[in-house]
Design a protein around this ligand. Sequence first.
Ligand SMILES: Nc1ncnc2c1ncn2[C@@H]1O[C@H](COP(=O)(O)OP(=O)(O)OP(=O)(O)O)[C@@H](O)[C@H]1O
Length: 257
Amino acid sequence: MSEVILSTNGLTKSFGAFKAVDGVSLEIQTGSITGLIGPNGAGKSTLFNLLTGVLKPDEGGVTLNGQDVSGLSSDKLFACGLGRTFQIPRPFARMSVLENVMLAPIGQIGETVAGPFLKRARMRSEEMHIRERALEVLDFVTLAPLADHPAGKISGGQMKLLELARVLMGNPAVILLDEPAAGVNPVLTETLISKIEELNRRGTTFLIIEHDMDFVMRHCDPVIALAEGKVVFQGTSEEALANPVLLDAYLGATVDD
Ligand SMILES: Nc1ncnc2c1ncn2[C@@H]1O[C@H](COP(=O)(O)OP(=O)(O)OP(=O)(O)O)[C@@H](O)[C@H]1O
């Protein structure tokens, strides 16, 4: 029987009088690649922001691995095993690709270390460890040859791979990807997909916002659809394609029989 790794309960967020996310209760199964679809403005990014602590819900909560994580900051959630990428990657443009990966917030030297000498020695060894790990993840996402390039000079697709590398520094159990295929050339999209599938085979759970239905149909199961802040569909990708409620949500009243 499958287990739930991430769930929400009546999650609600308004901007002024407008409910962007409206009573969303959903369950993400451990080991799944779940697709989150819905028309523009449906509330997908807002839901991601609620799941990752960027926004605080007006109502409802989030559970990760059976623990109530409602209201935790993004950094704390990252430490609890929840990583996310953004629709528009925003690396530190003048820093190298490697430095950007090394900056992922994976824990600092605590204040518990006694004395400046010990502290310096420990910081040096920690930096070496972080560097080694960063080179490892860059190798995994195929960006090792660009390690010393300024991050602002790489392509949009390479930036998405860089974001994945940053997320992987935290060894997350769940990764939320916001439109991984948008603006990415087909070759890099295939690279990204193969990395997602390899991580998934090793046990990582994915929740993916994607407008590219071909991507969703081929790689996501199950599929959850939002419209006007509410969950309007949950099921397999085949069921999604055949679902009239979903067609209606996307195309409004203009669908002809
Ligand atoms: N900070 C904000 N202040 C006011 N309104 C917001 C804010 N963030 C989002 N919204 C509104 O909430 C609604 C949902 O936006 P959201 O970005 O979550 O949708 P989405 O499904 O991710 O859309 P898209 O597919 O276009 O990215 C939109 O109408 C948007 O204008």
